[in-house]
Design a binder for this molecule. Structure first.
Ligand code: IMP
Length: 199
């Protein structure tokens, strides 16, 4: 049987593709975005967990090609908000609402809440569907606390309010390399790399 030498990653996000190529680059696979692979599939992410949503995406793309397909789903869980926004992180307060407004809304919801109750985490699940139909998911998290104001210019989304105590900084104040080394997405990709090594 001919070994598949390609991985298709179900994202249109160039920032994610860069990170994925950095982490998986030495495996010997050609790593393509959906666009680069010429695949265009509309996926409705209607799962209730990160695992379900990542797998919905990976399976949908897998039906359109015979390569290894990876997909990810991620979000922010704020314990004081019953783990919201969770799988709705991108859609929280509306897809087109700026993150400055979303971040301020979370800070406001936690007004007067002491530090020990401001715990939160970024979650990332990477799903893989192999050409033989095998399905695997890997979950990783990074723990932090919700800050009192936005800080930092790097990263994206909720990074300016996600404070990592070990670093004394928000993830928006870390360099991309520092963030990749400890982030939910970096760790989930590294765990999936072990799976891909096995083939
Ligand atoms: P998706 O996995 O691309 O659907 O993204 C989910 C959403 O979670 C993003 O739009 C952000 O709002 C949030 N999110 C996921 N990872 C991060 C991160 O590393 N920093 C900041 N926000 C994140």
């Amino acid at each position: 049987m001919k070994m598949s030498k390609k991985i298709i990653f179900a994202t249109g996000n160039e920032g994610k593709m860069k990170e994925i190529r950095e982490i998986l680059g030495d495996l010997g696979y050609e790593i393509l975005s959906m666009k680069e692979a010429g695949i265009s599939v509309d996926v409705v992410e209607d799962g209730t967990t990160f695992e379900e949503n990542a797998m919905i995406k990976a399976k949908a793309i897998s039906e359109a090609c015979h390569e290894i397909v990876l997909a990810d789903d991620s979000g922010l869980e704020v314990d004081y908000m019953n783990k919201e926004p969770g799988v709705f992180s991108a859609r929280f307060m509306g897809e087109d609402t700026s993150y400055h407004i979303k971040n301020q809304a979370i800070i406001d919801r936690l007004e007067g809440v002491p530090e020990e109750e401001r715990t939160a985490r970024f979650v990332c699940v990477i799903a893989a569907v192999f050409p033989d139909g095998r399905q695997v998911t890997k979950r990783a998290t990074i723990e932090g606390i919700i800050g009192y104001e936005e800080k930092g210019e790097n990263g994206f989304g909720y990074d300016p309010i996600f404070y990592v105590p070990e670093y004394g900084k928000t993830t928006a104040e870390l360099s991309p390399e520092e963030k990749n080394a400890i982030s939910h997405r970096g760790k989930a990709l590294t765990a999936m790399k072990e799976e891909l090594r096995r083939g």
